[in-house]
Design a protein. Structure first.
Length: 134
């Protein structure tokens, strides 16, 4: 529990690259009216509704939104790649960056959840665990 901005920042703490790509993909979907607009709307609706309902600020409750977030983030990555002039070089750099990001996300997961007796993914716990590393 906590302020709504803290809840939204939890997604950034868990996976900053995916969150950023989701914002790009959702923005592109809403501006262009592409097929991923429905997925972006679904994800935004679930995130917004969880901010309104009391005691719903729990990352575990939002597990249905992860699939849509990752698909829209992938579409955002595709939109960003399409803007580049040298597609092969950009694709290789993106693959390398995503591999590094995936390894970093895995290390964060292991650091935050594997050794600790954390039973819940509440916002307060995630923010406290992220703050311990700083």
């Amino acid at each position: 529990s906590g302020p709504w901005l803290r809840y939204l920042s939890t997604f950034f703490l868990l996976s900053p690259v995916t969150t950023g790509l989701f914002v790009v993909g959702a923005g592109a979907a809403f501006l262009t009216g592409k097929c991923e607009t429905a997925l972006a709307a679904f994800a935004v609706f679930l995130l917004a509704s969880s901010l309104v309902v009391p005691y719903f600020q729990n990352v575990r409750y939002l597990s249905p939104v992860y699939g849509a977030v990752y698909l829209v983030a992938g579409a955002g990555l595709w939109q960003a790649l399409r803007l580049t002039r040298n597609f092969r070089v950009a694709s290789a750099l993106v693959c390398a960056a995503l591999t590094i990001t995936a390894a970093q996300d895995w290390r964060e997961f292991e650091r935050m959840w594997v050794p600790s007796p954390t039973n819940d993914l509440s916002v307060r716990v995630i923010v406290e665990m992220a703050a311990q590393d700083r």
